[in-house]
Design a protein around this ligand. Structure first.
Ligand code: FAD
Length: 429
């Protein structure tokens, strides 16, 4: 398509930001709109708070509590233009983009497209497993799990019932740990009350990790605590175990063992969401886009990449690149806004240096592990810190309040009552 998307022309230089996740949002908020015209592009008309997807998937939060409409964020800003569309190609030599709503020119382009689920080339797993890289996918998991319980009620075949109840989570990183821990809590608390006709002793929640530890990116102490917490909740943890296939009913491991399950949640990896048109020579073998210390894509003049999609090897404390988590993405966004301002003022640019604020994961009620730069702790206090940090990071005061009320209610009642199976459709479908 070569028609132009309808974006007003001004005398200001235009910065086009693709992707309004953590990186794109922090850049868009901070960039000086008196100097630049900003065009924000995303597939969705909302920003999603990925760290709490697992709570949507496990019926602990409504999707709207962790998603925020982009137009509301920027209501008060002039000369910022939001377009809900998908970018299909960057025409680097001529400074424009192709999208499904037409062509968009840029003076500066920022690629902040994040990452997609990585199935490591296994098409069968990709077809049959459930992933959790968007709020829609998290909602789909919620529906699938609840539908499976409903179906289990309709059969006398105990083997089939077991297959419908069993849930396997692949990937022992924070997401896998969080989702399997929460499912185990549901199994203990709400599910037997909702489905008294089912025997929940038949239900197994299994967490599978190919490496030797869960939470492999954290310290061994945190990993050991997380594994202990998971076992305490009744999760079966399999480490040093690699999945080879999944046909929708049978999960097969490399060693030939199998598990029958109708629900496989795939949290085993991500791959950078690179857009066609970025020079091949700038793409690292990991699939991430190579950037310099200013987040400029190597081999380009005016294209930047931020967050999960990029790989910066120049930060001396992170010579293998930054972790693909929210903080580097946000910090890079803030710095690029500052550097673009410096550019307009003809001042030299600042190099990026990641300030590591620590990492954390929760396993369940009162159970979490936290690693701050100089201090590690676990248990109840860690869980409180985890909640506070996540609460304060959510966009929107109303959302924060809703999440807080939900958590308090859930803590007191052990029962969230969000277990609705809502499948959007037209009346005649
Ligand atoms: C389930 C889950 C749990 C997580 N938990 C944590 C956690 O507890 N703590 C933590 O720090 N990090 C966590 N992360 C990682 C964190 O969410 C990412 O590191 C962070 O979102 C990266 O920010 P980003 O801006 O690079 O990309 P994203 O936030 O992924 O944003 C990318 C945006 O680009 C848009 N987009 C992509 N391609 C296109 C296209 N072609 N056209 C238009 N728009 C496009 C997407 O719609 C999206 O809005 C978690 C991730 C997941 C999936």
């Amino acid at each position: 398509m070569d028609t132009f998307a309808n974006i007003p022309e001004t005398t200001k230089k235009r910065v086009v930001i693709i992707g309004v996740g953590f990186a794109g949002l922090s850049l868009a908020k901070k960039i000086d709109k008196n100097i630049y015209q900003v065009v924000l592009i995303d597939k969705n008309n909302y920003h999603q708070f990925q760290p709490l997807f697992y709570q949507v998937a496990t019926a602990g939060l409504e999707p709207s509590a962790i998603s925020f409409p982009l137009r509301k964020v920027f209501q008060k800003n002039k000369d910022i233009h939001i377009r809900v569309c998908e970018v299909t190609e960057i025409i680097e030599k001529e400074n424009y983009l192709l999208t499904n709503i037409g062509r968009i020119n840029y003076d500066y382009l920022v690629v902040a497209t994040g990452a997609d689920t990585n199935y490591y080339g296994n098409k069968e797993i990709q077809k049959n497993a459930l992933s959790m890289k968007s709020v829609s996918e998290a909602l789909y998991i919620r529906n699938r799990v609840l539908c499976n319980f409903e179906e289990a009620l309709t059969t006398k075949d105990l083997e089939l019932q077991k297959e419908l109840l069993n849930i396997v989570v692949v990937g022992g990183g924070p997401t896998g740990v969080e989702v399997s821990g929460t499912l185990a809590e549901m199994k203990k608390t709400v599910l037997p009350k909702d489905y008294p006709e089912l025997d929940f002793n038949m239900m197994t929640i299994t967490l599978v990790e190919a490496g030797s530890h869960v939470l492999g990116s954290m310290s061994e102490t945190s990993s050991v605590h997380a594994k202990k917490f998971l076992k305490q909740l009744g999760v079966k943890v399999l480490v040093n175990t690699r999945v080879s296939g999944y046909d929708g009913d049978i999960l097969t491991f490399v060693d030939g063992n199998t598990i029958r399950t109708k629900t496989l949640i795939w949290a085993a990896g991500i791959k950078a969401a690179v857009i066609t048109g970025i020079p091949e020579s700038s793409i690292h073998k990991s699939g991430r886009i190579l950037v310099d210390a200013f987040n400029k894509i190597e081999g380009t003049k005016n294209i930047f990449a931020l967050g999960d999609v990029c790989l910066m090897l120049s930060d001396e404390k992170f010579t293998n690149g930054h972790p693909q988590v929210a903080q580097p993405a946000m910090q890079q966004g803030v710095l690029l806004a500052d550097n673009l301002k410096r550019s307009a003022m003809n001042i030299h640019w600042k190099e990026f240096a990641y300030k590591d604020l620590g990492s954390m994961a929760t396993v369940g009620r009162n159970l979490a592990v936290v690693e701050l730069p100089n201090f590690k702790f676990h248990g109840f206090f860690a869980w409180l810190v985890w909640m506070l940090v996540h609460l304060m990071s959510i966009v929107g005061v109303k959302n924060r309040l809703f999440v807080f009320i939900n958590w308090v209610w859930n803590y007191i009642s052990y029962d969230q009552s969000l277990r609705l199976i809502i499948k959007p459709k037209r009346r005649d479908e």
